[in-house]
Design a protein. Sequence first.
Length: 510
Amino acid sequence: MTVAESMPAGSRPEVRAAAGRLRGSREAGVAVFRGIPFAEPPVGALRFAAPQPIPGWSGVREAVSFGPPPPQAGHFGMDTSSQDEGDDWLTVNVWSPDPDPGAGLHVMVWIHGGGYGIGMSSLPEYDGGRLARDGVVVVTFNYRTGIEGFAQIDGAPPNRGLLDQVAALEWVRDNIRAFGGDPDRVTVFGESAGGGSVAALLAMTRTAGLFRRAVAQSVPGAFFSPELAADIAAAFAAELGLRPTVADLSEVAPRLLTGAGDAIEAKMDQWAARWGRPAHRTIPFAPVIDGEVLARTPWQALSDGAGRDIELLVGHTRDEYRLFTAMTGLLGSVSEEQAAHALQVFAPDPDGARRYREAFPAAGPEELYELVHSDWLFRMPSLHLAEAQTAGGGRAYVYELAWSAPGMGGSFGACHGLDVPLVFGNLDRGGPAVLIGDPAAPEAADLSARMRAAWTSFATHGDPGWPAYDTEQRLVQLFDTRPAVTAYPEECSRQIWQGHTFAALPLLGG
């Protein structure tokens, strides 16, 4: 029994959702409801199927514990022990400062990252309590990742992870009023694969009316063609001596299936001739431009006007790739050969490598290595999303996080993921908190307050506090010890990439 469950029932918040009554807990003045199912467990006959509506229940359902995460790889030190806790992978969590059906509060729905292969809403850095105390209802949820959610499997709908996200947003539309939220005032926000998911949702026709604003943090540029996704899925299945079909794979235990994915990821560089850039950077999962769930890339869709009626806030960190340089053991030791190879593989054709060296004449191997990786993975996809939005007649606001975190000796700079604890205000919990330092410096608390204010202001008013982006002045908000509104600071990279199109990545020969 949890502490919340041991409290007298009458002192705990209760709401009536569409499927039945829920009893949550109250934490630091915020009503919290965890582990609410928004779809049937996708197991058994529903394995690899589109999410199905959850039936109702009688009585009062306890909502004080997070639901188990979907099956996923054990990379990056992720604790996967909770995968054995059950099959209710598809659950939402709600933090509300006022769970009154008439409160009419703005709603912020978070989509977690993790390379489309890992991640869960129960991570402590995603606790929504601090944001909710700023006056918004915060929702987080699980969606299928990895093979379960994104592998191209014959007989299964593509992009099941994205379909889960749509189902979660439909649950918000149908239920959030009971928690004090206004279903017509929903903002989606997410980082890394969560930011890519936000971009994908902007491009999907089935999300019409589910949200009015969107925040895309560190948007990945990798979206797959069906041919590439199918070839990768075939390699996964072949590890088990199977075909990439529902009939074959649905009989495989989820944990065994993620193990097959791990085996392929460990040797992805062997597939570089067929899979190209994703193999060089171990990216086995991404949304698929399948023509059904996702008909166009986000950049093409927004350029065509798909986001014209949705206000967009988008940005990235300055040193996006520094985290991965450290994780692969290369921090401080990148060679000239490694830098040259990275430029050859990831710089835009036809002469991107030369242009990088000319634009950054004083850069050593490590700086060049990180620049081209940061640009291809996150920085330029994020900027191009803003430019596509404005080209399509919509409004976009752009930011860059440039604050160098003092944790870990200060060597990580403004790396990928640093924005998460700052936006949520969780400076002392979760994995990214080690970047902030212990205890958190006053400047971190001040910066977090500014970013939370910008995000919640955007969610409530459509204005984060600085001018909208345009292709003449290119004004962006720089988040640093001394924040400033300035011309886009990565101008050299912008010029190198300005003619590049972030198209669906193809299957190559080989």
